[in-house]
Design a protein around this ligand. Sequence first.
Ligand code: FES
Length: 145
Amino acid sequence: MYSEKVMDHFTNPRNVGEIENASGVGTVGNAKCGDIMRIYLDIDDDGIIKDVKFKTFGCGAAVATSSMATELVKGKNVQQALEVTNKAVMEALDGLPPVKVHCSLLAEEAIHAALWDYAQKKGIKIEGLEKPPQDIGEIVEEEDY
Ligand code: FES
């Protein structure tokens, strides 16, 4: 049911933890399944993501997608990080079962929430970034469950 990469990132997740005094922190939940994800970003003066950590209270697919998402945004600038979609994360994981696609949205939205927090703290605007919802259950289609 799950690809080897999903199993690898689930059993051996990368970048688990917290960053003290992070440049941006984003927390997103899905009230429908009760899962929550938090992403911490450490961004330098040039807007490069130097470090990223995550904590996920959620299902295996949510753990694997957050792990892969952190790997994909590390070393990127904020604009590039914004372009890391849940589709890109799923492709990097060699796919997810259809009923688990919504879990990958949690990772995308948590990164957006952390970028949003960073932009608010810095008083800057990141082009293309809109305020992310706190509960993605509102934007996930019923048939995704
Ligand atoms: Fe909720 Fe996977 S079931 S994030």
